[in-house]
Design a protein around this ligand. Structure first.
Ligand code: DC
Length: 659
C-alpha cells in the first residue's frame, strides 16, 4: 500500500467525540517477549497492530516461537519455556527500540549465533550502555558497524552472575528494562542484582516492566530505584490470558485536542486507559489538569473538556518531563496556545529517539512562527499570537510522534501540511482517521454555479447572516485578468500568468477590492475583464497559484465561498455544498438589468450570447470544470428571488449543523 506524501489538515474550530485507543506499544512488545520466553501459552488481547509490533512478531517467529493471530486482534503465543528453538539467526528490527534492546539482552544471555540490525536511524541510536552491561558479565557481543551502536553480532558467551550487573540509566531506561526482561531466562539458583549507575530516567517505563514481569510470576525487589534484585529461581510462567491497555502516549494527542477544541459541552474521550493505568504517560492528563484543563476520569476512560471555568488559556511555566518523555512532545505543541512561555525540562532522551526530537521539534515549531530556545535536555516554547501564526509544511523525520503531535497545530489560524503522514504506522496506523473523527473543522459553505446565477449576492447574504467570512473567488480571477490586461501579458501565457497570480497584491475589504493601493471593485466588473477572467481561469498553473490563497481564508468562525470549484476542488470537505443554477434566459435578464442600471449600453441578445460563451468555457475546461460536486445540493433559482434563495441555503445549513 502506498501512502500519500503529505496530508493537508483543515483548520479546526473544535473537537468532540470518542476514540478507542490502539494497544500500548510498550506493553505489547514486552508482553510478546515475556509470553515467548514463558512456560505455557498466553493469549494476548488487544495487541497493538503496528510496524513496531510486527517487527517483534517477525523476530519471534524467526526464533522459532509459535504464534497465532486471532481475527479479534488477539495473539496466542506458545512459550518456549526459556529455551529458544532456533540458535542462529539474522534479525532485522526496523526502528523498534522496544524490540531491539530486550532481544539483544535475551539473545546475549541465551547464547547462540545472532545478528541484530535495524534501519539506518536505528544504527545511530546508542546501545553501548546495554552492551557494556552484558559484556561485564561475560556475554559475547561485537559491533558490526560503529562502536556503541547497532548492528551487533552476538555469540556464545559465558555469563557469570556472581557479581551485580551494572548498567547506566541516564540515557535510556530501556537498557535496564531489557536486562530485567532477559535475566529470568537464566533461571539462576541465586538472587541476581542489577545496579543502576547514574540517575535513572523514565522510571515509569521501568515500573511498567516490573509490573508485567510480576504478571508472569517474577517479582523483582526494588531498592531505591538503584538496585533491582531478580530472586533466585525466577522463571516466567504464563498467566494464561492477558489484555493490553490502550496506548497512553497515543491518548495524549486526543486529550490535547479535547483541551484545545473542547468546552461548552464538547469533550474528547479516550477509551482504553484510566487512572489505574500502569503506563507512565497517563500522567500527561494530570499535567494538563495542572495547566488549567478540565479533565474527567472514569473506569476505562479519560476525557478532556476544554479549560476549567474561568481559565482562559493553558498555563505555561516549567514542566519536569523526565517521567513522560513521549507525551511531553505533545506539550511542546500545546505550548503554542498557552498564556505564557513553557519550558520542558528533562527531555535529554529526545536526542536519541526516532530522530533528534529536540532539534526536529524546534525546527518545525519555528516554521509556524514560534520562538523556541533549546539546550541539551530542555526546550522553551513561546506561545503564538493569532497574527504571528504562519502556514507551514511540517517535516516528520520518519518519526510517528512528530506527525501526530503536529496535527494539533491545526487548532491555530494557519494551514498545516503534514509530510509523510504514513510514518504514524510505527505505533498508530489509523491515527489521522481517528483524528478526523473527533476534529471539527472551521465550517465552509461552498456555493458554486454559473455566471449570473446570483451566487455572489446569495453567498454574501448567507455570510452576513451567520457572521462568517466571505470569499468571492471570481474576484481573484478577475483581478488577475485585469492585471494581465494592464501589463499586456498574453491571456494564454500560462507561465507569466501563474507568476502574476502568485504575487497578486489583492485584498478584499467590505465592498472594496484592492489591487495594491487602488480600489478596483468597479474596474473588474466590466465585461472585457469578465471574458478575460474566464480565459485565465482555464489555466491549471493559474488555478494552483490561487489555491493556497483561497484556502487561507478559512478561519473561525466560518467561511462562505462562492465560485465554480469551491465544492469540488478548493474546499472538497465543505460542510455544505450548494450548486446554484438558473435558466440562461433568467440569468441573461438579470445581468442585462444590472448592466443597464450601471449605465452600460448593451442588448439582451449580446448578454445572452456572452453568457453562453462563458458557460461553455467554464464547463468544458479540463481543470476544475464547472460542475456540481457529487454531494452538492442543487437549487434552480430561476423563479426565486434573492431572499427566498438565501432562506433555502440557511435552512440547509441549519439542518446540517443539527445533523
Ligand atoms: O464568478 P465571476 O463571474 O466573478 O468569475 C469570473 C471568472 O472566473 C469566471 O468566468 C470563471 C472564473 N472562476 C473560476 O474559474 N473559478 C472560480 N472559483 C471562480 C471564478
Amino acid at each position: 500500500m502506498t501512502s500519500p506524501d503529505h496530508l493537508d489538515l483543515p483548520p479546526l474550530l473544535g473537537a468532540a467525540g470518542r476514540v478507542r485507543l490502539p494497544g500500548s506499544k510498550s506493553i505489547s512488545n514486552r508482553l510478546l517477549l515475556l509470553a515467548a520466553l514463558a512456560d505455557g501459552s498466553t493469549r494476548i488481547d488487544g495487541l497493538l497492530d503496528s510496524d513496531d509490533t510486527r517487527v517483534m512478531l517477525d523476530a519471534l517467529r524467526t526464533l522459532g516461537v509459535a504464534l497465532e493471530r486471532g481475527d479479534d486482534g488477539s495473539c496466542t503465543v506458545h512459550g518456549c519455556g526459556g529455551l529458544l528453538p532456533v540458535r542462529s539467526a539474522d534479525l532485522f528490527l526496523g526502528n523498534a527500540g522496544t524490540a531491539l534492546r530486550p532481544l539483544t539482552a535475551a539473545l546475549a544471555l541465551a547464547g547462540g549465533d545472532w545478528r541484530v540490525r535495524g534501519v539506518a536511524r536505528m544504527h545511530e541510536r546508542p546501545i553501548g550502555d546495554l552492551v557494556d552491561a552484558l559484556r561485564g558479565i561475560g556475554c559475547a557481543i561485537d559491533y558490526l558497524g560503529n562502536p556503541g551502536y547497532p548492528p551487533l553480532a552476538i555469540g556464545h558467551g559465558a555469563p557469570r552472575l556472581d557479581a551485580p550487573l551494572r548498567v547506566r540509566g541516564d540515557v535510556s531506561s530501556q537498557f535496564l528494562s531489557a536486562l530485567l526482561l532477559a535475566l529470568p531466562l537464566l533461571r539462576c539458583a541465586h538472587d541476581v542484582a542489577i545496579e543502576v549507575v547514574g540517575e535513572l530516567i523514565s522510571r515509569p517505563y521501568v515500573d511498567l516492566t516490573l509490573r508485567l514481569l510480576a504478571r508472569f510470576g517474577v517479582d523483582v525487589r526494588v531498592e531505591g530505584w538503584k538496585r533491582f534484585i531478580v530472586p533466585a529461581g525466577s522463571r516466567y510462567r504464563s498467566p494464561g490470558r492477558i489484555a493490553v491497555e490502550g496506548d497512553a502516549s497515543s491518548a495524549s494527542y486526543f486529550l490535547a485536542a479535547g483541551v484545545l477544541g473542547g468546552g461548552h459541552g464538547a469533550a474528547v474521550r479516550v477509551e482504553g486507559v484510566d487512572a489505574q493505568s500502569i503506563q507512565g504517560d497517563v500522567a500527561f492528563a494530570r499535567v494538563l489538569q495542572q495547566l488549567g484543563a478540565d479533565i474527567g476520569w472514569g473506569e476505562g476512560w479519560i476525557e478532556a473538556r476544554g479549560l476549567r471555568p474561568g481559565v482562559r488559556a493553558l498555563a505555561g511555566g516549567d514542566l519536569d518531563c523526565v517521567a513522560i518523555p513521549d507525551a511531553a512532545m505533545t506539550l511542546a505543541v500545546t505550548a503554542l496556545f498557552a498564556a505564557a512561555p513553557t519550558r520542558l525540562l528533562g527531555i535529554g532522551s529526545w536526542r536519541v529517539k526516532e530522530t533528534d526530537r529536540i532539534a526536529a521539534m524546534a525546527t518545525e515549531l519555528r516554521k509556524l512562527g514560534a520562538l523556541v530556545d533549546c539546550g541539551d535536555d530542555w526546550m522553551r516554547v513561546q506561545p503564538l499570537a493569532d497574527r504571528d501564526w504562519r502556514s507551514a509544511s511540517i517535516a516528520t523525520y520518519d518519526d510517528h510522534r512528530m506527525a501526530m503531535c503536529f496535527s494539533l497545530a491545526s487548532f491555530g489560524p494557519a494551514d498545516i501540511r503534514i509530510e509523510d503522514p504514513g510514518c504514524v504506522a510505527k505505533t498508530f496506523p489509523g491515527y489521522f482517521d481517528a483524528f478526523a473523527r473527533i476534529a471539527k473543522p472551521v465550517p465552509v459553505i461552498a456555493i458554486d454555479g454559473p455566471t449570473a446565477s446570483g451566487k455572489g449576492t446569495v453567498a454574501a447574504h448567507v455570510a452576513s447572516a451567520l457572521g462568517f467570512g466571505y470569499l468571492d473567488s471570481g474576484v481573484l480571477y478577475r483581478v488577475c485578468a485585469l492585471q494581465a490586461l494592464r501589463r499586456g501579458v498574453a491571456l494564454d501565457n500560462a507561465e507569466a500568468l501563474a507568476a502574476l497570480a502568485a504575487d497578486l497584491p489583492v485584498r478584499c475589504a467590505g465592498a472594496g477590492v484592492w489591487l495594491g493601493d487602488e480600489d478596483v471593485a468597479l474596474a473588474i466588473r466590466g465585461e472585457a475583464v469578465g471574458q478575460a477572467a474566464s480565459r485565465v481561469a482555464v489555466l491549471p498553473s493559474v488555478r494552483s497559484a490561487l489555491l493556497a490563497r483561497q484556502r487561507s481564508l478559512r478561519r473561525a468562525p466560518g467561511l462562505v465561498a462562492d465560485g465554480r470549484d469551491m465544492g469540488t476542488v478548493v474546499f472538497p470537505d465543505a460542510q455544505l455544498k450548494v450548486f446554484l443554477g438558473a435558466s440562461v434566459s433568467a440569468r441573461a435578464e438579470r445581468r442585462y438589468k444590472q448592466l443597464i442600471s450601471q449605465g452600460i449600453s448593451i442588448t439582451l441578445d449580446d448578454v445572452r450570447q456572452d453568457l453562453e460563451q462563458r458557460d461553455a468555457r467554464d464547463s468544458n475546461r479540463t481543470v476544475a470544470a464547472l460542475r456540481p460536486a457529487v454531494d452538492a445540493l442543487q437549487l434552480d433559482n430561476s423563479e426565486l428571488d434573492v431572499e427566498q434563495t438565501v432562506r433555502q441555503v440557511l435552512q440547509w445549513w441549519g439542518r446540517q449543523a443539527l445533523g
